[in-house]
Design a protein around this ligand. Sequence first.
Ligand SMILES: [Zn+2]
Length: 138
Amino acid sequence: MNESKNRIADHGQKPCLCGSGKLYAECCQPFHLKQQYPLTAEQLMRSRYVAYALHLESYLLDTWAETSRPANIEFENGLSWQGLQILKTQKGRKKDKQGWVTFRALYQVGLNQESMTEISRFIRDANQNWVYLEGQFI
Ligand SMILES: [Zn+2]
């Protein structure tokens, strides 16, 4: 827990790993610190990608719908996330109740550069905050 707090703090003045072009402190960090909640499904998607990159397990579980949430998250050793591209968003805006985000995530395992493309579906939890429901590889 404290280790993940340090990783959040250490990245503050670096470009956000979600690729927004903003500093982490002005992008996904306030979500990881629970100072703000994402207003759109895309913001949640971006912040969850960065949470995978920084191994923020509790943030990932907290932003996972109760009905599909795993007990814990295993971060693969030797896998590093290299970049995120948002390909398409459907609904998921401030006033929507659900939304879909299609993205490609780039990662490296050993010397191999790989990528995955997924459509993630997001819904609202009991507090009306966006949570991740499920994903489908495409
Ligand atoms: Zn970000």
